[in-house]
Structure formats: structure tokens, C-alpha cells
Design a protein around this ligand. Structure first.
Ligand SMILES: C[S@@+](CC[C@H](N)C(=O)[O-])C[C@H]1O[C@@H](n2cnc3c(N)ncnc32)[C@H](O)[C@@H]1O
Length: 351
């Protein structure tokens, strides 16, 4: 662009007359104060206000009950109303019906733990600038991971988010998972609450599965497996996924949303180990957010930044990186497909 053309664009922006220019400035403005919105949402949740919105208590009463500043609370409620989270109702305030299924902790689609994790990650994100300048990179979740309440929020939060589309993900690669009636077995590496293993086992009532994860995660996976009625077929095993996966052989080894947490050496070692414990005729399945090449998609691209601040060696996943990792592990994807419901990508590698 020449200097004259640039000046014309600046003039256009200053007058705000062009629709595209106005849309660009509005998008930029939204991005600049996006953290105001997440701050208001997280405070609504963590202050306990959200659980007292029964349509009877006024803003002042709510502030008193939660031990908050009355005027600040009213400002927060008005902001939450403008964001479509709450609405005046009866003699007080209530949750907006559209968000109730996600903010009511008793709802089967509740995302409360997931929001709590996003709230906790604000601290590592706030050190992005320092992390970028350091030679070692991230590791900002290490301190959080020693807190059992964080581990619970993280594991249950990932489950809340993943279960919204786990059936669609498994359906998209049905042939790589145990078939209905087959007595096959699968290994879910870093499976957390076992969300995808559970979806796969519910679709194949004779199959069994193992989730490999940190010792602190095992009881949480057991709890979810019991809740989903698959405790007799899904066992959670404590272990380090950077080490050995044992002597058994599996029909499917799933690596779902774990490789972005690791550097290339660890990720290749994990893929090799997955190949080793897959029986001939079985599959290694990689499930990940892929940020695309020339035109990155917003969530996976930001996830790359998040992985960088949170986990030492974490780097997000691009198409090119996935191909390089698979080929370094001597795996070849028979197909790579995107799941519409989740926007995630699955690579199916026959062994
Ligand atoms: C982003 S979660 C993904 C959970 C699940 N696979 C999914 O797709 O929803 C990452 C998982 O990796 C586990 N993890 C991280 N480092 C690990 C390690 N060194 N050994 C075993 N599991 C690990 C975490 O505890 C967590 O359950």
C-alpha cells in the first residue's frame, strides 16, 4: 500500500463512514475490552451471586448476602444484564433463560468447572509478556497443579466442555474405535475424566477401556465412569504419559488434546509408545484443535498461546506440526477429518 493509499484509509477510519472500517474498529474495540466481559462473568460466578439470583433479592440484598460492595454489585449486575447473563425478574434478579443451562451447576450441560478453569488461567495469561521474553517459555500452570481444587476444576471442566461434542467426535471415526459387539479394548492417553473413552464404550457395549493419567486424576475419572454407568468396563490407571504404556495391546490408542501440551520430542515419544501398544490392525487416533496454516482459526490459534504460557514446551498444533510429528513416529494418517460439532480434527493412523 502506498503512503497516499494509507492516508486515505486513515481518513476513512477517522470519518467512520465506511461500513467495513466501522466493523473493523468495532471488532478491535471488542478485543480491547474483551477481558472486562470475562472479568464480569467470572466475578458473577466466583462471588456466589449467580447462585442467589432467585428473582426475589434486590441488588443491595444480594450484595449484603455475598459480602460485597452494594454499588459495585449493582454495576456488576447491570453489566451482566447488558451481556445477556441476568435479567430483572420479580422483585430482584434472575439468570437469563438462555444461559441457565450452562451456569446452573445442576444442569447436565453446566460449564461451571470449565469457567472456573478459565478464571484460574487469567493469572498465567497475565504473565504472557514476561513469558514471551524468557528463554524457557511457559509453565504457568505448574503452581496451580499442586492445588487439588484446581485439578478438579480442570478435569471436570474439560469433561463438561468435551461431553457437548464427544459423541459426534467418536461417530466421526467410528471404524477406528471398538465396533458394537466387539470385545476390543482402547487406551485413552491423558484421558482426564475419560470423556471420549466413555463415549466410545457407550457405543460399543462389549468393549473395555483404560484411561492413563496423573494419580490425582484417577479418582475423578472413576467418579465420572460410575456416573456414566461404565465403571465395570473403564479403569483409570495412574502413570506418566511420557513413559511406558505397559505390556497390553489395544485396538485403539487415543491421544485427545494432549500433544499440544508437549514439545516435539515428548510428542513423538508419546506417538511411538502409542504405536507400540497398538495391536496389528488397530489404530492410533490423534484428536486435536488444529490452528490451520495460512488462515489460522481463532480458538486453536489462541490455544497455541495458552499452551505456551501454561505448559513448559506447550505449543499448540498446526497441520504442519501434526504431519511432522506423525511421520517422526513412523505413523501415517489414513485420513484426517474435521468434526463439525466440535471444530476439532481427528487423524486416524492404522497400525
Ligand atoms: C487438556 S486435558 C485433555 C483431557 C482429555 N484427553 C480430553 O481430550 O478431554 C490434558 C490431560 O493430560 C493429562 N496429563 C498431563 N500431563 C500428563 C502426564 N505427564 N502423564 C499423564 N497425563 C498427563 C492431564 O491430567 C489431563 O487429563
Amino acid at each position: 500500500m502506498t503512503a497516499v493509499e494509507r492516508q486515505a484509509v486513515h481518513r476513512e477510519a477517522a470519518s467512520g463512514s465506511d461500513l467495513l472500517t466501522r466493523a473493523a474498529s468495532s471488532k478491535l474495540t471488542q478485543q480491547a475490552f474483551g477481558y472486562w466481559q470475562s472479568g464480569a462473568l467470572f466475578e458473577l460466578l466466583s462471588s456466589g451471586l449467580v447462585d442467589r439470583l432467585d428473582g426475589t433479592s434486590s441488588g443491595e440484598q444480594l450484595a449484603h448476602e455475598c459480602g460485597l460492595h452494594p454499588e459495585g454489585t449493582l454495576a456488576l449486575l447491570r453489566a451482566a444484564q447488558a451481556m445477556g447473563l441476568v435479567a430483572p425478574a420479580g422483585t430482584g434478579w434472575a439468570l437469563a433463560p438462555a444461559v441457565e443451562p450452562f451456569l446452573d451447576p445442576g444442569s447436565p450441560t453446566s460449564l461451571r468447572h470449565w469457567f472456573a478453569v478459565m478464571d484460574r488461567w487469567r493469572e498465567p495469561w497475565s504473565s504472557l509478556s514476561t513469558t514471551l521474553k524468557s528463554a524457557e517459555g511457559g509453565g504457568g500452570s505448574a503452581r496451580l497443579e499442586t492445588d487439588p481444587a484446581y485439578v478438579r476444576d480442570f478435569i471436570i471442566g474439560m469433561h463438561e466442555f468435551a461431553r457437548l461434542s464427544s459423541n459426534a467426535v467418536i461417530d466421526a471415526v467410528r471404524d477406528a474405535f471398538p465396533a458394537p459387539g466387539a470385545q476390543d479394548t482402547l487406551l485413552d492417553v491423558g484421558g482426564g475424566a475419560g470423556t471420549y473413552a466413555i463415549a466410545a464404550l457407550l457405543a460399543a457395549p462389549d468393549a473395555t477401556g483404560t484411561v492413563l493419567d496423573h494419580p490425582d486424576v484417577v479418582p475423578l475419572c472413576d467418579e465420572i465412569a460410575r456416573h456414566e454407568g461404565v465403571a465395570d468396563r473403564l479403569s483409570a490407571v495412574a502413570g506418566d504419559y511420557r513413559g511406558s504404556y505397559g505390556d497390553r495391546r489395544y485396538g485403539t490408542v487415543l491421544l485427545s488434546n494432549v500433544l499440544h501440551q508437549e514439545d516435539d520430542d515428548n510428542a513423538v515419544a508419546m506417538l511411538r509408545e502409542s504405536r507400540r501398544v497398538t495391536r496389528p490392525g488397530g489404530h492410533v487416533v490423534v484428536h486435536t484443535h488444529l490452528s490451520g496454516g495460512q488462515r489460522p482459526k481463532l480458538f486453536p490459534a489462541l490455544q497455541g498461546v495458552s499452551a505456551f504460557v501454561l505448559w513448559s514446551g506447550g505449543a499448540g498444533m498446526t497441520e504442519e506440526r501434526l504431519h511432522n510429528l506423525l511421520s517422526a513416529a513412523e505413523l501415517k494418517a489414513a485420513r484426517i477429518s474435521t468434526v463439525r460439532d466440535s471444530g476439532t480434527t481427528i487423524a486416524v493412523c492404522p497400525v
